[in-house]
Every structure is written in C-alpha cells, then in structure tokens.
Ligand binder design. Structure first.
Ligand code: NAD
Length: 293
C-alpha cells in the first residue's frame, strides 16, 4: 500500500484504476498517487492484445515481442499464410491465435474484437498497425487507390477504437497504439494518400486520447522512419531501387541505415505496457533521426 502524503487532509475513499490510485479527501479534493513498484505487472504478463497487419513486417515482429513479454495475442491480417507463420513463430512464447481480417471492413473489425473477448474474456491492448502505400502524384493517383489507402490506413483506426473501447471501459482501461509514420509529421513527394492517412492517424490518436484520458484508456501513435519491410518496395522502385535508396539513406535518415521491424516492435511493447502509464495522445518518433533536421 502507498503512504498517504497529505497530513492536513483526511482520506475518505480510495479508487484504484490501472497504474494510479485516487484518494478522496474529506475537504472534497483528491490526491492521485502512482501504485508502488511491486504491484505493477511485469512486461505484458496478463495482458490480452490485438495486433493488426501481423502477417509480416512490423506487425509480425510486434506479435513476437508481445508474446515474449507474456501477452496473449490475437493477430489479424488479410494474408492468411503470413498470419499462420507469425502464429507459429510467436506461439512458441505465449498463447497466439490468428483471425483473417480486413481492417477496412466494420464487420471484420467487430468480429475480431468480439472473438478476442470470447476467447480471452477481455482486451487490454489494441495495436492498429495494418497499412498500405502506393506512390503516385496527386494527379496520377486513381480514386480507388485513394479510397483504399484511406480506408485501410485511417478508417481502420476509427473502427478499431469504436469496437475495442467499450470492452476496455468495462475492463477498467487499456492501451491503443496506432502506427502512424514520419509522414504523420512531415510530407514526402508522391505519397498524397499515404501522407493524408498518416496525418489523420496522428490527429485521430490525439482526439480519442482526449475523450478517454480520465477513463484510463491511453492512445498513442508510433511514427517510424524508413524500416526494412516490403511496404516500401514500390516507393523504393520509384526512387531508383532499394540499393540506390540505401546508398543515399544517410542524407535523409541520419543514422545511415534502415530501421528494423523489431526496433519499432519494442516501442509498441513500451506503449502497451504500464511503463508508459503517463503517456497519452503522444507521437512517439522512431526514425533514425529523420525528422530531427
Ligand atoms: N516500413 C516502413 O518504413 C514504415 C514506416 C512508417 C510507417 N510504417 C507503417 O507500419 C505499418 C506496418 O507496415 P510494415 O512496414 O510492417 O509493412 P508490411 O507491408 O510488411 O505490413 C503491412 C501489413 O498490413 C497488411 N494489410 C494490408 N491491408 C490490410 C487490410 N485491409 N486488412 C488487414 N491487414 C492488411 C498486409 O497484408 C501486411 O501484412 C503500416 O501502417 C505502415 O504504414 C512503415
């Protein structure tokens, strides 16, 4: 138990929510204290998480890291073969199960959340990570690619929040993590739909964070730089090929290398865990220094 620090005020009640304990005082004020260290969960032990876009790349690396940290994980993607491989790899650490899901479809996202609740009885973490990228100028970009990009990247976050939050509320809180991009913060040539979707994700993150800040639901956005996954292949082709991109990478990503999916997954573990208990509405940049200049 914590020691109540107020000497001149007397406690009339204590409410514990997630990492914090709010103490009601006789004079009508409240004091909030962080729970003592020994009461915290270790890693992600005991937590139930959904990770979307988990058939490969950052989502797969995150499923493995979440499972290593003890979370039970439901992984989702449109690519069943990739999901089965992620389930196999992450499943050696914890209880991991997959569900084929198109994150741009409301019925699919609702079923994903409902299945998770049926299987595990609660939901602590939602990692909205699925995404697509098609480079083209705004003039050349087909309308259906615009719609597809906005629906998969941005509408999916709205849908995930819509269906997950009621369960998180009844569970006393939760953590929602959205994968934005450096393009949530700065634009890049030939990525109109992608930049619009990623800018939208950051603002949606902040908006939802405000609505649930007092109900212990934290909402944060990871903004990666160039990471070594296949999503970048069409972009790299447009820039002269992957080899050419890597030759010149130090010019725009100061660490002079690509990020690795696991480096983003570790940020997600932190945001999923109680170690980030005072963070909500944040853009967490992991970009090898790209946006530092
Ligand atoms: N790799 C990078 O450089 C980089 C940089 C910044 C942000 N991101 C973001 O990271 C996230 C993960 O991307 P990644 O780099 O691992 O790429 P990736 O292409 O390896 O993974 C994306 C995954 O999303 C899945 N997906 C696509 N459409 C879907 C849909 N409708 N429903 C469900 N799943 C769907 C794909 O099948 C794939 O498994 C994306 O949101 C991406 O925009 C990546």
């Amino acid at each position: 138990m914590i020691t109540v620090m107020a000497i001149t005020r007397f406690a009339t009640g204590i409410v514990t929510t997630g990492m914090t304990r709010t103490i009601a005082m006789m004079d009508g004020t409240t004091a909030t204290r962080i729970k003592e260290r020994e009461e915290e969960m270790v890693g992600l032990q005991g937590k139930v998480a959904i990770i979307t876009g988990a058939a490969r790349g950052i989502g797969r690396a995150s499923a493995i890291e979440f499972a290593r940290e003890g979370a039970r994980v439901v992984i989702a993607d449109v690519n069943e073969e990739g999901l089965a491989e992620t389930e196999r790899e992450a499943g050696s650490f914890s209880d991991v199960t997959y569900r084929v899901t198109d994150v741009s479809r409301a019925a699919d996202v609702k079923a994903l959340v409902d299945d998770t609740i049926d299987r595990f009885g609660k939901l602590d973490v939602l990692f909205n990570n699925a995404g697509v990228l098609t480079p083209a100028s705004v003039v050349e970009l087909d309308e259906d690619i615009w719609d597809r990009t906005i629906n998969i990247n941005l509408k999916s976050v709205y849908l995930g929040c819509k269906y997950a939050i009621p369960h998180m509320l009844s569970n006393g809180g939760g953590s929602i993590i959205n994968t934005g991009s450096v393009n949530s913060l700065v634009a890049e040539p030939f990525l109109p739909a992608y930049c619009a979707s990623k800018g939208g994700i950051l603002m949606l993150t902040k908006q939802v964070a405000l609505d649930y800040a007092q109900q212990n639901i934290r909402v944060n956005c990871i903004c990666p730089g160039w990471v070594d996954t296949p999503i970048n292949n069409p972009h790299a082709d447009m820039m002269g090929g992957v080899d050419k991109v890597l030759e010149g990478i130090a010019d725009w990503q100061p660490m002079g290398r690509q990020g690795q999916p696991r480096e983003i997954a570790r940020v997600a573990v932190f945001l999923a865990s109680d170690d980030s208990s005072f963070m909500t509405g944040s853009a967490v940049v992991a970009d090898g220094g790209m946006t530092a200049k």
